[in-house]
Write a protein that binds this ligand. Structure first.
Ligand code: DON
Length: 310
């Protein structure tokens, strides 16, 4: 796909722009509500170090939001091991909205069904190693600086604070998890860590680079280093396929067919196995929390270049 991509990427982006009108910017986190609903941009990152982009990507950052869930999962799998992690969080899709509490109550023993829903992500964030919130977020940031090659990567304090003030549904999930011994730390500390994690800021090319490392089974083509063990990258990609687009993951697998993870800021990170990483940013969301135009753009790209794994 690479040789013709530059021009065609612009064309596909232009064709997808109209779909930005079909969605709404997330406003339940006030810091996200200021995003431009008409924005759409994309970057495709290749193993040889090239990166093609379309739309405005310079100086335009987005917060990872739920995309961060894949990265905390990778880090805790590396630090704690599969046995420890999956004793506390499951491996199955839910079919429910990302912030739903319902399965926590109906399944016994109470254990979040997977690491991509908020309950599961809170359980995974709880497993981040470190003496305090600052050490734990710093560890995650260092991991992301290594993957993106950006030593200045950090989180957006304003958006973290804005989520902290409004995250009562997540607080409820955390208290529920604490009652059932899935977590055992102070809920406010966990919320502080989780909101900072969700507010980590990247550019769209950095998002594509993260996707590329997963696409290459955890290897960073720039340094040649195995930054994520192959097995861990494989587990993360599997969750991206089964739960990465929440209760639209099955439809996305049919329409696009590559491992991908979305966030309510409007970002989508996709990993095309062995080929490339893709970052998309389109803040207007559908009713399930996925970027409407971002989805359409990936669908067009996948169909044009036959990217589906299935
Ligand atoms: O926990 C939240 O509600 C947000 N920080 C992240 C949710 C999210 O990105 C779900 N995505 N589709």
């Amino acid at each position: 796909m690479k040789n013709h991509l530059s021009d065609e990427l612009h064309q596909l982006l232009n064709e997808s722009l109209i779909y930005t009108a079909d969605g709404k910017v997330a406003d339940y986190i006030p810091g996200l509500a200021q995003a431009d609903p008409h924005h759409l941009s994309i970057a495709v990152s290749y193993p040889d170090g090239t990166c093609h982009t379309a739309g405005e990507v310079e100086d335009k950052k987005l917060t990872l939001q739920s995309i961060s869930k894949v990265l905390t999962l990778a880090l805790v799998l590396m630090d704690r091991g599969e046995g420890f992690v999956f004793q506390r969080v499951g491996k199955e899709p839910t079919g429910d909205p990302f912030n739903s509490i319902i399965k926590l109550e109906t399944i016994s023993p109470s254990k979040p069904l997977n690491p991509m829903i908020n309950a599961g992500a809170l359980a995974v964030t709880h497993m981040l190693v470190g003496a305090n919130v600052e050490e734990r977020i710093e560890k995650l940031l260092e991991f992301l600086r290594l993957i993106t090659g950006n030593p200045e990567l950090t989180y957006n304090e304003e958006i973290a604070q804005s989520e902290m003030e409004t995250a009562d549904l997540n607080r409820s999930l955390a208290y529920y998890l604490k009652e059932h011994d899935v977590i055992n730390e102070d809920v406010e500390d966990l919320m502080d860590l989780y909101t900072k994690q969700c507010s980590i800021e990247v550019t769209v090319p950095e998002l594509a680079k993260i996707g590329l490392v997963f696409a290459l089974n955890g290897q960073d083509p720039d340094s040649g280093r195995q930054v994520i063990p192959k097995r861990v990258a494989s587990i993360c990609k599997t969750f991206m396929v089964t739960c990465g687009m929440y209760n639209a993951s099955g439809e996305f697998a049919i329409c696009v067919g590559v491992p991908a993870k979305s966030g309510v800021s409007g970002g989508i990170m996709a990993a095309v196995p062995g080929k490339c990483g893709i970052g998309v940013f389109g803040p207007a969301l559908d009713d399930k929390g996925n970027s409407v135009a971002g989805w359409k753009l990936l669908e067009k790209l996948s169909s044009k270049y036959d990217l589906s794994m299935f």
